[in-house]
Design a protein around this ligand. Sequence first.
Ligand SMILES: Nc1ncnc2c1ncn2[C@@H]1O[C@H](COP(=O)(O)OP(=O)(O)OP(=O)(O)O)[C@@H](O)[C@H]1O
Length: 256
Amino acid sequence: MTTDTMMKSGVGVNLANCKLRYLNSPTTLFENLNIQLPTGQWTCILGRSGCGKTSLLRLLAGLIDDEVQWQGQLTTNNDQQLSSQVAYMAQQDLLFPWLNVLDNVCFSIKISKGKPNTNDKRRALELLEHVGLSDYVNAFPDSLSGGMRQRVALARTLMQDKPVVLMDEPFSALDAVTRHKLQNLAAQLLKNKTVLLITHDPQEALRLGHQILLMTSAPAVMQHLPVPSASTPRQFDAELAGLQQNIIERLERDYV
Ligand SMILES: Nc1ncnc2c1ncn2[C@@H]1O[C@H](COP(=O)(O)OP(=O)(O)OP(=O)(O)O)[C@@H](O)[C@H]1O
């Protein structure tokens, strides 16, 4: 990523007083929910399964409007519509089975400006090298493992080069070493982007988050959690271990 590109990244997001209910459900998922995504920082959200994390992400990405009734104010600090400034990495990798790995990674380019040029392809190949898939550029998604597919999806998200990046459990299918490496890589390549990352892994949130939020209760509310003092991506140390234990205890309380 060039410095120029980074300078252009600078979108803060604010969702205020959000009330949301799925049209086919009587349950209000959010009532008075507020969240701020500070410009150029990573926000990590933790919360028990089913509390509404993916719904929040899809709402921010503009992907849910026809399934829900929602109220509230969704604004950005550049007054442009958020959905046009977002790269979204879903929980399922959503790779196109008829496209090979390279074409999957270049897909957003194809949509936005037509055929990828030599620079686009070079960038895609670089990203595939970073995620350890240089030998698979011509492979089709069906022939890849779950973790490999997740790495392709990560490369595709990075390729989009949008100022706001929404990621739903992007590293969940990876082995521990690959996860650690890709967390570091994402922190490096998405530096200065505004990132919202959903994870079930407190350690991941503590390694990567400038802001860590715990989503609890129903309707869901957001609690701010303490963040370690070191800069990201953080190493696992005694401070991080203590905070991790604290998060697990708080999460447990939401399960009773
Ligand atoms: N399209 C839909 N229609 C109706 N209800 C839905 C729909 N999608 C999700 N829900 C419900 O909304 C609630 C929140 O789901 P969501 O996927 O946002 O939770 P989550 O916190 O991301 O869960 P997980 O951690 O398991 O991914 C759940 O009760 C789910 O059943």
